[in-house]
Design a protein. Structure first.
Lengths: 413, 188
């Protein structure tokens, strides 16, 4: 019993340990949002609350489904077949939903996306200790974060080499920038600048928080910290510039920083740090991002939401949401964006229900529809993705490997 | 004072809500972080809960129960967040030979070591979000089982059962973590 009490005391002590503080923008955004939203006013018997209860909604949906099935079955048995009418084929397992509000929806019927089974041309083992593998393309090679250092894959021959790196390797992300590669060390609160040819550490910058995400642009490296702030590092001097920004910066383009929050994308002038625009996007919880190719194909999305995976195409010339696209039902969480020959591809993690393996989903930037879905078998569990040497390179967490998929296999050309 | 602010905010006073949010936000965030073990997710869930508090405040019948009611909303959003998240952002793992570079204080008996924290983090991520909620409400917020039941909308017995199984898992994780050390001691 004493032993049990000792353990309980340790558990309570662990639970008491203080987390990071709450950034002021979390409360300020909520207050701003609240000021725009009406409060719910309930009737005498709280009818509104009843209608909003999940059980009631479930019962209502079930009843509606039963009535619909009954009506359809009666109609189909009593009506003669119309001349020339062909019954529709059964829907595929995953059918992307049409574009949703609040931004303009494309007109015309949604064409069915092509669903293809792809095969990787190569599967290169990379040991990153069961963790997500970060990737970046450096010339004709692909760098993959690995246990204790970095694995470098020759994109032509698939030969690998490895070099050790200092610091803590448990959580890292990386981005190439010309002849440099920038690398984060989350637990060591450090950003490294590496020589892209030799892997030699050229710079080591201590940052005031755990670095999670790197954005490169305008001669600076923008480092998003775990506490929601972003710091700017001058790429020429390895020094931190100014105060941290109270935003999660996720992209740089058109001399602007693009900040995504649930429900809003902010555009910030990268030089003056003034807010230039606020763009409304579908409000989804958690980990929102903006990426793409400026100005033609800029997309925002919130990952980690397998129930309603929506991406939004942003028009950066007019600072508006040009379209929102539901990339399809219970697919799984969106885990990034990679541009392949001007087309936006979203790696999607395996979904929470059977029959929804990991896949790559292409959204057509003209029609704003999902027009191609490529599956790669039950083991496909994508993390990061980059393009190099006519191939899409995708890191695969569950199998601890990097897959190369030829672009021709991907596009069907 | 809080009760007066709640009543004002219930009548649509956004300034009163802002004052409430400034005190409730950090309190909710501390609970959210402890349940979710992820800063980003905790920020988002706190923000969603604050907006929901504003929207649903008129439905709160007894302003004295404001705190417990906010926890209920928070837990609801935490459930949704964790269910939609297939895997944690960071998979904390202490590698052989990994050291903290001297940051870790000397560990007296019955204090948490890096390995303890690692074991608890992993074990906590493996118990259900419903169990996590009960553990945090009981051992961090300090609620009784009856209060937990009322806050989460579950019978007191269910709260007790969830707490029992969660604590058993966490204790097992700590004990398992101690085992290799004991084996090394024996061979030494």
């Amino acid at each position: 019993m004493t032993r049990s009490r000792d353990l309980d005391r340790l558990i309570v002590q662990w639970l008491d340990e203080a987390p990071d503080g709450l950034p002021s923008w979390v409360i300020q955004d909520a207050v701003n949002e609240a000021r725009l939203q009406p409060q719910q006013r309930y009737g005498r018997f709280r009818r509104a609350a009843l209608w909003r209860s999940p059980r009631w909604n479930l019962a209502l949906a079930a009843a509606a489904a039963i009535v619909l099935v009954a009506v359809v079955s009666v109609v189909s048995t009593r009506l003669p077949a119309l001349p020339g009418f062909t019954p529709p084929e059964a829907s595929p397992t995953i059918e992307p939903s049409p574009t949703t509000s609040p931004v303009p929806t494309p007109t015309g019927p949604a064409p069915s996306p092509v669903t293809a089974r792809g095969e990787p041309a190569a599967v290169i083992p990379v040991d990153n200790g069961s963790r997500s593998i970060g990737l970046t393309a450096v010339g004709d090679s692909v760098w993959a974060t690995s246990r204790g250092g970095m694995t470098v894959i020759d994109a032509g021959s698939y030969e690998t080499s490895f070099f050790e790196l200092p610091g803590d390797d448990r959580s890292r992300s990386l981005r190439a920038d010309g002849d440099m590669v920038w690398l984060t060390d989350y637990y060591g609160r450090t950003v490294y600048r590496l020589d892209a040819l030799s892997g030699e550490v050229l710079g080591r910058i201590s940052v005031p928080g755990e670095p999670r995400h790197l954005v490169i642009g305008g001669g600076s490296v923008w480092v998003r910290l775990n506490d929601g702030r972003t710091i700017e590092i001058d790429a020429a001097t390895d020094s931190i510039v100014g105060d941290p920004l109270p935003y999660r910066v996720t992209a740089h383009g058109l001399d602007s920083l693009w900040v995504s929050r649930p429900g809003t994308v902010l555009r910030i002038d990268a030089s003056t740090r003034e807010q230039l625009a606020s763009i409304e996007v579908p409000a989804l919880p958690s980990s929102c991002h903006v990426s793409g190719e400026f100005p033609d194909s800029v997309w925002g999305w919130c990952g980690l939401n397998p129930i309603n995976p929506i991406v939004t195409r942003i028009d950066p010339l007019n600072d508006t949401a040009a379209a929102t696209v539901d990339i399809g039902g219970l697919l799984g969480s969106i885990d990034g964006l990679v541009m392949v020959e001007g087309e936006a591809w979203f790696p999607v993690m395996p979904g929470p229900v059977p029959g929804t393996p990991g896949r790559l989903v292409r959204v057509n930037g003209v029609t704003n529809r999902v027009d191609r879905i490529v599956t790669l078998g039950p083991d496909f569990d994508p993390n990061d993705a980059v393009v190099a040497a006519d191939g899409l390179w995708v890191s695969n967490e569950s199998t601890q490997a990097v897959w190369r998929i030829p672009l021709s296999e991907l596009t069907g050309d | 004072v809080e009760q007066a602010l709640v009543e004002q905010a219930q009548r649509g006073d956004a300034d009163a809500f802002e004052a409430l949010a400034l005190t409730a936000g950090p309190r909710l965030h501390r609970v959210a972080y402890r349940m979710l073990r992820d800063s980003d997710l905790a920020h988002d869930v706190t923000q969603q809960a604050l907006i929901a508090i504003w929207r649903e405040l008129p439905s709160l019948r007894d302003p004295k129960k404001f705190q417990a009611w906010t926890y209920r909303l928070l837990v609801r959003f935490a459930y949704e967040a964790i269910r939609s998240r297939r895997r944690a952002v960071t998979n904390i793992q202490v590698l052989p030979g990994w050291t903290t570079g001297g940051r870790e204080p000397a560990t007296p008996a019955n204090s948490l070591t890096v390995e303890d924290r690692d074991a608890l983090e992993r074990a906590f991520r493996h118990i259900s979000i419903e169990q996590r909620a009960v553990v945090v409400m009981r051992h961090y917020v300090g609620m009784s089982l009856a209060e937990i039941g009322a806050t989460l909308g579950i019978p007191e017995g269910t709260a007790a059962s969830r707490l029992h199984y969660a604590m058993r898992s966490l204790r097992a994780a700590l004990e398992a973590d101690l085992r290799p050390v004991a084996a090394e001691d024996r061979t030494a």
